[in-house]
Design a protein around this ligand. Structure first.
Ligand code: PSV
Ligand code: MN
Length: 431
């Protein structure tokens, strides 16, 4: 289907024309420098173009904290408008064709017509996210004291059915995975049996797993704390992998970069999960203190690079079982979400391409010989290389913008939408 792009392609072409001479010069210069290191720049350009990230439907709306949300004129209100903004991001950066819906935040209505709308915009649906960490309006039983791990079998059944319903809607949308993150846990020592809560979770999760179509994945997302502050049922990658192993081959672990204790070595977790065939995917974001949901690469770009360094190594080691799902999971509270997503996509792609630059043979040799400094310098050299011209060329080849945020501003998209879209409510809440 020919996609009906939301932005005028002539504007993007004009934007690119003004920048092409400088970009070509920078690209050629980088190409010569990489050539001296035995690296073919055009191969990197192709790999950069092939990267695919999913956008969170909720990420194009303006987020908030538990204190407040400050709405922005022209922000999208419902899922149809959210798809439009996702299509804007995709049109400019060309590596975000997937949209991950969150149910029931997204009022899907007729899934087939929503799927058609997405396809018409050049998008497809990625993993569906269930939500049993809040009560939906009109819901029979409350999740105040948990959902899949609740002590009451009736609440557990309701949560299981919601997840199964998400799978059904996801099938109609063309998704191939469900991501399950629960808020279940406790705020006080003694509040719940840590062992029994996990048993209840495992039993509920097995019932969801049993409803999975054969070609689907169930992605288990762990999180250390919040909304529960003393214990969380699926708190860490250990609980996650044990649950995924017990559930079966279609269950995998999803790593949200903000869901770990400060200073945890996330790249090592990535390597471990892959080693045991359980690396399911990522929620990319960045953080300084906790689950801050800040823009990818804005706080710790080096960690992002180290995560991709493990991913590139994992793919080379065993390409057959390497296909993690990449998604951005951020809350844009004070920026235009489209700009934050463009900036994040660039940071993620940049970390990936830098990781591709690592001379793996040299690194293995230094590691074998215990040459600590040269092993480190091998990573350093890759990390210190500015790969921006490669990303810009890859985007331009695909019809995207050389400088996506500048191009976005030139189109005047948000000001136009501020005139067309109805205002959203203030409220508060994490997303
Ligand atoms: C929880 O903090 C989380 O990371 C899960 O992925 C949720 O579905 C998402 O955030 C919603 O914002
Ligand atoms: Mn997440």
């Amino acid at each position: 289907m020919n996609a009906r792009r939301p932005l005028d392609p002539a504007l993007i072409e004009q934007h690119n024309r003004q920048r092409l001479t400088a970009l070509q010069d920078e690209y050629d210069s980088l190409g010569r420098a990489l050539g001296r290191r035995g690296i073919a720049i055009d191969a990197l350009r192709q790999k950069a173009a092939a990267l695919q990230l999913a956008l969170p439907s909720w990420g194009v709306g303006v987020g908030g904290t538990r204190f407040a949300r400050f709405p922005m004129a022209g922000e999208p209100a419902g899922v149809q408008e959210k798809l439009e903004d996702c299509a804007v991001v995709q049109q400019l950066c060309r590596i975000t064709p997937g949209v991950s819906p969150h149910l029931p935040w997204d009022k899907v209505g007729d899934p087939l017509s929503l799927r058609q709308q997405a396809a018409g915009l050049g998008l497809h649906f990625d993993a569906v996210n269930s939500n049993t960490f809040q009560d939906a309006p009109g819901q029979a039983l409350s999740y105040r004291h948990g959902s899949l791990a609740h002590t009451d079998p009736a609440v557990r059944r309701q949560a299981i059915e919601h997840n199964i319903e998400c799978i059904r809607i996801g099938q109609a949308l063309g998704s191939k995975a469900i991501t399950v993150w629960i808020g279940d846990g406790s705020n006080f020592p003694g509040q719940q049996s840590l062992a029994a809560a996990l048993d209840r979770y495992l039993d509920s999760a097995a019932q969801i797993y049993a409803a999975l179509p054969g070609d689907w994945r169930m992605l288990l997302e762990h999180k250390l704390y919040e909304p529960a502050f003393y214990s969380t049922v699926i708190s860490d990658w250990g609980s996650s992998i044990l649950a995924a192993q017990q559930l079966g081959p279609q269950a995998r672990c999803l790593v949200d970069l903000g869901h770990h204790a400060p200073s945890v070595n996330i790249e090592q977790i990535v390597a471990r999960l892959h080693r045991f065939g359980k690396l399911g995917g990522f929620h990319f974001n960045d953080s300084k203190y906790g689950d801050d949901d800040l823009d990818s690469g804005s706080i710790n770009p080096h960690q992002l690079f180290l995560v991709f360094n493990e991913l590139v190594e994992a793919e080379q080691r065993s390409p057959a079982d390497f296909d993690p799902a990449y998604m951005i999971d951020q809350s844009h509270n004070i920026t235009d979400p489209v700009e934050s997503l463009l900036s994040s996509a660039e940071a993620i792609a940049g970390a990936y391409v830098r990781a591709l630059l690592v001379d793996r043979e040299a690194l293995a040799e230094y590691q074998r010989g215990n040459d600590v400094m040269m092993a480190f310098q091998t990573l350093r050299l890759a990390y210190n290389t500015d790969v921006a011209p490669i990303l810009a060329m890859a985007r331009r080849d695909a019809g995207g913008a050389v400088a996506p945020i500048a191009a976005y501003r030139e189109t005047g998209w948000r000001a136009r939408k501020a005139r067309e879209r109805r205002p959203t409510a203030a409220g508060a809440g994490i997303v």
